[in-house]
Design a binder for this molecule. Structure first.
Ligand code: ZN
Length: 265
């Protein structure tokens, strides 16, 4: 089965040590955190493409981060750009991301300190629709941050209701460790879930199977969250789900191929 990993990270060689060290007291990386480390993991686990998700950490860095990202957007790595919601003119950044040829953006409401469903940011989601950019957001609990959380399943539901044309991926199966709310607010709706980090550390397999049965198999994307979770472990988990082979094929490859408008081969 061909595989696209829709949720990975790596860091520029110059800052990789600093980036990994910040998280290390909470979680241990499984690659060395570089592009080479990710490519190595992909080869080992027969993964054809990885979507890599950088994030703008402060508004002033939007341009330089997106320029870096666009240079990394080639071969087996599909690099997304990013926007900082507190930028003065986020529309300009989003237009720039699209002009640089990237297919989507990543936002992280905890790190970027904004409430995802606040109507202040409607202009950002409208601009993503105009520029045909996919939005992938961290959703739910994050081990590095205390509550209240800035993007819950109910917040995702509110945004898709207001912006039905937005191509939105709610990471971590619609809301990390908020799976009752995922079932209540998101299952069956027009929103993608990625499976990043959905191993036994964060979800039990009974709950994962139940969520996947209640959500459309056309809206689920294999993802790992590498280097924070092993790509091979997440491949194994998807193979062991109680769903059809046809659904697995969609989750591993076909849904991502369609969403990213990749050529069929
Ligand atoms: Zn992630």
């Amino acid at each position: 089965m061909k595989i696209i990993d829709f949720h990975t990270h790596y860091y520029p060689d110059k800052i990789v040590e600093k980036a990994l060290n910040k998280a290390i007291e909470f979680i241990k990386p499984v690659t060395n955190g570089t592009r080479a480390g990710l490519l190595d993991s992909m080869r080992k686990n027969n993964i054809e493409y990885s979507v890599a998700l950088p994030m703008v950490n402060c508004p002033e860095n939007a341009r330089s981060l997106n320029l870096w990202a666009s240079r990394e957007n080639h071969d087996e790595i599909i690099m997304f750009g990013s926007v900082h919601p507190l930028e003065e003119k986020p529309e300009e950044t989003l237009k720039y991301v699209a002009e640089l040829g990237m297919k989507g953006i990543k936002v992280h409401p905890e790190y970027q300190n904004f409430y995802f469903a606040d109507s202040k940011y409607d202009r950002i989601w409208r601009s993503c629709i105009e520029n045909d950019l996919i939005v992938l957001t961290h959703t739910g609990f994050d081990v590095m941050f205390p509550p209240p959380f800035h993007c819950t399943p109910a917040d995702i539901a509110a945004v898709i209701k207001k912006h039905p044309e937005l191509k939105l991926v709610a990471a971590h199966c619609g809301g990390m460790r908020m799976f009752e709310d995922v079932e209540k607010h998101l299952c069956g709706k027009e929103v993608y879930f990625d499976l990043a980090f959905m191993n036994s550390m964060n979800i039990d397999m009974e709950t994962l199977n139940r969520l996947l049965q209640r959500h459309s198999e056309d809206h689920i994307l294999y993802g790992s969250d590498s280097p924070w979770c092993d790509q091979g472990e997440m491949v194994e988990i998807v193979h062991n789900l109680s769903i059809s082979e046809c659904a697995k094929e969609k989750i591993f490859y076909k849904n991502a191929q369609k969403l990213l408008k990749m050529q069929k081969n």
